[in-house]
Structure formats: C-alpha cells, structure tokens
Design a protein around this ligand. Sequence first.
Ligand code: ADP
Length: 753
Amino acid sequence: MIIRPVYDLLLLPEVSYYFKKDFFQGYESEPLETGTDILFLLLKQEKEEPLSIEDFHPIGVSARIEGSSDGETLQIRTCDRVDISDIEISDGQILASAAIRPEIKDLTEEEEKELFRQIRNALLKFVQTYQLGLWVRNFILQRKNINETVCALSDYLNLMAEDKYAILAEDSKKKRYELIREAISEFIEVAKVSEEARSAQKDDQEQLYREAALKKQIDYLQKELDDMHPENVSDVRKFENKIAKAGMNKEAKKEAQKVLNRMRQEGKESHEYGLLYDYLDFVTSLSWKTPRVSPIDLEKAEAILDEEHYGLKKVKERIIQQLAVMALNKKQYGSILLFVGAPGTGKTSIGQSIAKALGRKYVRISLGGIRDEAEIRGHRRTYIGAMPGRIMEGMKRSGVSNPVMVLDEVDKLVKDYGGDPASALLEVLDPEQNNTFTDHYMNVPYDLSNVLFVCTANTTDTIPEPLLNRMEVISFPGYTAVEKFQIARKHLFPKALTAMGIPKEKLALTDEALYKIIDEYTMEAGVRSLKKLLDTLCRTAAVKLVKKEDGDLTVTENNLSEYLGRKQMNHEHKLQDPQPGVVTGLAWTRGGGEILFIESKLTKGKGNLLITGQLGDVMKESVQIALSLVKSLYPEEARKLENQDLHIHVPAGAVPKDGPSAGITLVTALASLLTDKPADPDCAMTGEVSLRGNVMPIGGLPEKLMAAQRAGISRVFIPYENTEDLEDVADEVKDKLEIIPVKKVTDVLGRLL
Ligand code: ADP
C-alpha cells in the first residue's frame, strides 16, 4: 500500500481522480500498477517534511489504481473513508493502519438520487441561463453522483482546506450532502452575480457603440435635411458650419467648440442657451481672416479726399504722407492719427474719407463719457448681461479684420471706479500688443494689428500723457467764413437738397443769404450748426414747395427769417463805447475761438480785490501777476488801490475760461483803469505775461484770430513767439487784421494808452 500525504484536496469515496505518476514520487513503497492500494492521509496544514504524527487529520481515504491510459497519468478511484491509527514516521517513510469508517446512512437511496438530481439541475440551469457552452454542460452531465460532481467542481468552489476536510469527516450522509449543496449553491450565486456584472458591462459598451452609430446616422440625416431646407438648420449645426468656415485661430476655435458642446448638452430649454448662442453668434460674425494687402493708389486717395472735403490743406497733406508710408512699408496700419479741433470741423468725416480712399471698411466708435474699462475691454462672461467691449463690437460691425476705425472723443474718457479706460485703449492702440488683444467677453486673443486707427478729440488737455504719446496730433483749426461758405455751397447745401428730395433748380440760396446764415445764425469753428440750419432751411422749403406745387423758391437775405426764424446768435461784437478799464481779449474754447471782455472797476472800499465771472484758477493767478506788474509800472496811479476796492469781471457766455493767455489783456485793463484812459475798442490781444513784463506764447492762435475777425476787430496784439503760427491762419483772416507781434507788455501799453 502506498501512503501519500495530501493537503487541500477534496477527497470523497467512490470518485475517480487522475494523478500524474510524478505525484507519487518518493512515496513508491510499491510499484504504481493497476490494483495497487493507496492510502491518502490529509495534512492539517501545508508542510514540507519532516512530518510528525500531529500533522495529520485522523480520517483519511483509501483508494486503488484503476489503470493508466498513457502510462503517465494514473486513474485512481477512491474507496472508503478510513480511520487512521498507529502512524509511524522513520527515515521519511510513513507507516499507518487504516480501518473503514462507517457512514451514518440517514438518507434513503431515493432521497440521495433526488438530491443529486436537484444539484445537477441547478447547475444545468445556470449553464443554460448564462450560455456557458456545451462542454460545460457535458462536463456536468458526465458526473455520476453527488461526490463526483462536487469533486469535479472543487477548484471553482469557495472551499478552504479545512472545509474540504470537514465534508469528508462528516459521518452523517444527510449532513455531508447538505454541506455540498451549500457550497454548490454559493458557487452558483457568486457566478451569477459576476456574470451579471460582466454582461452589464458588455451592455454598457454595446450601448456606447450603438449611440455612436446612431449619432452618425442622425448627423448624416440632418445634413441631408439641412441641404433640403436651409432655413430650418438647427442652431448647433449652423454654428458648427460657421466655426468650420470662420478661420479662427487655435484658441478661439477651441473656446467656440467648448461653448458649442455646452449648447448641445444644455438644449434649447436651458436658461443658458441664449448666452451661449450670443457668444457663438458674436465670435463667428467676426472676421478672422488675414486681409489681403491691397496696393495704395495715392493719386486716387488724394482725389477722394479733395472731392469730399473742401480746404483742410495741411490735414490732407499729412494724411497723404501717412498713406505713402503705409504703401512703402506694405502695412495695413500706420501711426495713430489724432485729429484735434472744435466740433464740426470735419474730423470724423475725413476719417470716413480715408477709408474710402483706401478702399477699406469704415467703422466709428464713440468713446465720450466712457467710465468703465469693461466698455473697451468687454465684460467677463460670468456676469449676467456680459457684452463684448466697444472695440470688438466695432470689429463685428465692420465685418472685416482691417477696417479704418475712428475712435471719437478720446479726450472724454473718464477715469473712475470702473478702472482706467484710457489704459485699456492704450493696449488697443499699441502695435506691440494689439495683435493679441483679448476682450474679456471673448476670452481669446484677436489680432487688431491690421486696423488703421484714427482718433478724434476737441482738445489734447484731457488726454493722458501715455495715450497722447502714442498718437500724432493733427490740428483742425476751424473754418473762416469764406471756407464755411464754400463748404456749404459745395457740400452741405447740395447734400441737404438731396436728402429732402428737392431738385436743384427748385430752390436757390443767394450768396448774401448764405453769408447771413454763417455770420448771424451760427457761432462756431466748425460747420455743424451750419449743416443743421441748411437742413432746416430745406425742410421748410420742402413744405412750401409741396403746398405751392408750381414755382421755384429763392432764399434771400430778406426772406431768410421765413425759413430759419429770427437770427439766433448774438455774436460778441467789438465794444461800441470805449471805457477805461475795459479791454478786449481773445479766448480759445472747445467750440473754437471767442472774443471776451475784461472789465475792471474801482469802488469805495479798503483795497480789497474782488474777482467774478467764469474764471479758472490759472486765470485768477494771472490777475495777481497783472496787478503786481501794473503796480510796478504805474506806482503813482497805483495809490488809488490803497483806499478803494478793485473789482475784475470776465463776462461773456457760460463757457468757463481758463488758461494764462488773458495775462496781457488783464494788464492792459488794469493800466487803462488806473490811468483813466480807454483802450481802442477795435483792438484785441492775447498773450501770457511774466512778472518781468514779458509776453509769452499761447495756443489756438488761428481760432482766436478768426474770432477777432468775426467780431469786427481790426488790430490784434499777439506774442512775438507765436509769429510762426500765422502760417496756419487763413489769408482772408490775415488780410482783414493788422497783426502786431509784441515781446513786452509795454509794447502794448505804449501803443494803446
Ligand atoms: P467733427 O467730427 O469734427 O465733429 P464731422 O466730421 O462730424 O465733424 O463734420 C460735421 C459735418 O460737416 C459733416 O457732415 C461733414 O461732412 C461736414 N464737413 C466738415 N468739414 C468739411 C469740409 N472741409 N468739407 C466738406 N464737408 C465738411
């Protein structure tokens, strides 16, 4: 008898096992032949030799070699459960006695068969449900009894070594089968759950495949439908196409795709849908294409500028220079031009002509009163009602990436709690930075470097230094009456006629009437009011023409009031009655030039100074300087100031005036007052003064001289250092004025008093 210790093996009586011959190597006390008896001893735990008696369970299994099919594998059939006694171990040889251990036969043969049938059916059902294949089914069907079945499955059952021994050691047949049934049921349950999990996973995957396939089909069908009914193209598809065609940069495309995906997921009912729609609509409406650099035809450009604007010789020259530089550099942009001048002097409209001359789109953005940086740079999309900034909004309006963009009123940006719009604008205009300008709303960079920027302002005073430094200032000095007359004749009046639908030959406007409108109905450096008046005139004429039907109309000096009402402007005209202490000065305002009177008077008092009128701080300082100067020039007469109060007043309009250029006028007024000599009322002056009595240069000379001429003044004192500026003054103004450059205060006083 061969004795073989084994561990963790489910051994039960009357079951066939197959072992390799090697399995018995070292235990061959007899040759391994058919009929040889074998005794299996069960180890309590896995252990290498040397073994001792305590290592063995008390119950073992007897078996017999039944044969070998290939000479290597032995078929062994178990016989009985046996009680082991008298184990001896010497030199690795195990000796033991075994006696059959009787079972408690508490099951009838019938009951045993029934139980076997139940177990087998449960297993077969499991195989069938989960379609485990034919060979598994046969594997089960080949088992002849419960023991064979459980042993065949033992590798799959959830049984520990001691569980396996416990099954063998159970004497009651009923209880043993119960243990077996439990083990098999547990196996079926576990297998079921994992099989379910596996098939669920499979289902998930299948669903994914199915979804993808369906989507493809939907896409295809949708495309067909879209082609048939382009008017019904869904938003998502519409934007998909637009994004594909827009030619956006990488970042922009990525962001747009992200938003599009959100739109797809959220669906039309979502409250976010509108925001997503607006965003996509915005970015896909922008032009992302790099524009073609078209050659600049300077002669044609010149012709267009001349055709659309009368005069403005210097301005046009400077613009043509700019275009020439752009043509040489083959660039779409040049230095940023800043047109400075009074309203209605043609700044914006010449911007429009530049666009026309270059054959490019024109877009105008008004920056007046902007306080919030976000108005330039856009609001972040996290805000409700977020919008792109005005620059990008303008780009969208233009529909191209290289428009001529006129930024109106850059002098009226306001620094406020909303940040500094001027610094945001700087970023827009800076050619170093503006190729990746990022509007907060868009959140992706956009190239503004192909835009030709033109800015306009009434004054440079309120433009922050860094911004002003970026720009090249071109002055629009305003028009003389003759220029206005020409502008009206050549441009404004014909345009007004066309706008009101009046044929040219039906309405005539005499030269005298036109001059009267310019002189008596308007007081401006530009032609804005003039344009409005001509529009009004044509509107009134239109009514008359329709009522009268026949007959043509002629507007003359005499019937002008029928069209425009009574004259509206009371120009400051030169002084009619000269008085000591009153002198005519010249001022520059945002609206152009103006004359002003400085009035001074001595009243009863104790030497106090009283200043009234719309004077700024600088002008108040000028009063002090003038007073000191006059006191030193006229020490004798200045005594009057000791026991009288001096009152200085600057009337004329509600326009606040400031600046040092009234210095000379103040000195003259005070000198006239103290010496009791009236100044010549045909005479006006402008100039800053120093305490030493020097006359220093001032700004806005062309506007001031024009105002003087308009007011009927014939002689004007100007600072000597401003002589060069006379070049910018129209000849017809210069012809009508005697212009006297002066270096010292005394030069004026000597001639006037
Ligand atoms: P600004 O921008 O300086 O306030 P605009 O450009 O709006 O002035 O001009 C006001 C109106 O006067 C426009 O209709 C413009 O065409 C017209 N205008 C101004 N200057 C001229 C000019 N030199 N020749 C022809 N029209 C002019």
